[in-house]
Structure formats: structure tokens, C-alpha cells
Design a protein. Structure first.
Length: 233
């Protein structure tokens, strides 16, 4: 905080007329730190989710940060946005948690860092794949898990992943249906009729998208079921 106050004062923002010197800067610094603390859990969850995707990519084989960036650009970015900075932050967290290791080398005169997944990383990835979806970005997490579904060798584990996705979508769909029922029971004043109509259409989109997503993952779950043995003739 001292650093922020000093930088603020250096730019002539240390106090307003009639205010104690340094008061404005201390308040600004305190507000900034408060915002950082407030958003830290959100940022951590974002980095953690990206870390799970990186673990999935490293299951295929070792990779550099450049390689990981290209892999995101060439496919994963269709459902999961990223940047070099966010990837670097996620890899750093994985290293701190012992989920990946790094090997340093020199190639063509350039320093090179190659990341590999550890046994702990494999266990963490498997746990994430089969765990229920608790975050708000259901579509992103669901598609991330489907993207790596082939990493799970047994049909039962895949079924657990797909069932968890369907359960979460179904729960969200019930909430939207309850909201729709509540709104439809309200008599909107005539002057707000058009406003309400388009707000209700927006909700219809949510209902339709959830129904479509649920049916898609239910269908995928049925395709994942092992073939039933044929009855003897």
C-alpha cells in the first residue's frame, strides 16, 4: 500500500484542497486493494479452470508455453478464451501445486521451458473431470470436459462426466422455468407491455438453449453406453 500511496503522491494526486496531505492517495490505495481482494476469488477460479484444461493438454505430451498457446488458438479458443498472460499465470499455479514440472534447456540460443504433467496432476485432472460443475460458466466447463472425454479410458467414468453435466443443466433449466412461471403470473401494466414482451423473449432464449444443451448431452450419454449383449437366438 505504501508503494501505491507514493506513486499517487508523485503524480500530484496526494490530496484535495482542504484535505490532509496524503489522505486522498491513501483512500485510493485502500479502494484499489479492496477491489483486488474482492476479485481474487474470481481470478483464482478462472486460473484454476484454465489449469485443468492445461493438464488435459499435457496428458497428450510435454509442451512449452508457446505450444500450449497454439493449442488454445487452434481449437480450444472456440469455447474457452485465453491469453498468454492467463496461460502463464495458470502454469505458475500448477507448478506451485506440484501438478506439473518444468525442464529448462537452450535451443538455437534461446531458453526453453518444457512442462510435463505429474502423477498428482493426472489425479487432479481425473478428479476435475468427474466432479460436479459448481461454477457459473456451465457451457465452457461442460465443453472443456467433453473435449477431453477421450482421455478417460472406461465408459463408466465418461458416463459420470456426462451425467454430471446433464444434472447441472437440468437444475439451471428448472430455475429458468420457475422464473418464467412467476413472470407469466404477473400482470404487466399496459405501458410496459412491449418492454416485458422482449424481456420474456430473452428468457425464452435461455429456456431453449438449456433444453437444446440438455438434449445434446443426454444423446451423447446414450451414445457412450456400451452395446448390450445380443440375446441368444
Amino acid at each position: 500500500m505504501k508503494y501505491l500511496v507514493e506513486r499517487c503522491a508523485r503524480h500530484g494526486l496526494d490530496h484535495e484542497p482542504g484535505e490532509a496531505e496524503g489522505g486522498s492517495c491513501e483512500a485510493m490505495a485502500a479502494s484499489f486493494i479492496g477491489l483486488v481482494v474482492m476479485f481474487l476469488p474470481v481470478i483464482y477460479r478462472m486460473v484454476e479452470r484454465m489449469g485443468n484444461v492445461i493438464l488435459g493438454l499435457l496428458l497428450v505430451g510435454p509442451a512449452t508455453l508457446y505450444t500450449l498457446t497454439k493449442q488454445f488458438e487452434q481449437g480450444i479458443s472456440l469455447f474457452y478464451s485465453s491469453s498468454l498472460g492467463s496461460l502463464r499465470a495458470a502454469v505458475t499455479v500448477l507448478l506451485e501445486r506440484g501438478l506439473v514440472t518444468v525442464a529448462r534447456s537452450v535451443e538455437n540460443g534461446r531458453n526453453k521451458k518444457t512442462y510435463r504433467i505429474t502423477d498428482a496432476g493426472r489425479a487432479a485432472f481425473a478428479e476435475w473431470m468427474t466432479a460436479p460443475i459448481t461454477s457459473g460458466d456451465v457451457e465452457t466447463v461442460a465443453l472443456s470436459k467433453v473435449y477431453f472425454l477421450g482421455m478417460l479410458a472406461d465408459t463408466e467414468s465418461r458416463a459420470t462426466v456426462l451425467a454430471g453435466i446433464v444434472d447441472r443443466i437440468r437444475a439451471d433449466q428448472r430455475q429458468l422455468e420457475s422464473l418464467a412461471g412467476h413472470l407469466d403470473a404477473v400482470n404487466s401494466p399496459e405501458e410496459y407491455a412491449e418492454i416485458y414482451r422482449f424481456q420474456r423473449i430473452t428468457l425464452d432464449y435461455g429456456l431453449l438453449s438449456h433444453r437444446t444443451a440438455r438434449e445434446f448431452f443426454e444423446s451423447l450419454g446414450r451414445k457412450n453406453e456400451p452395446p448390450r449383449p445380443s440375446s441368444p437366438s
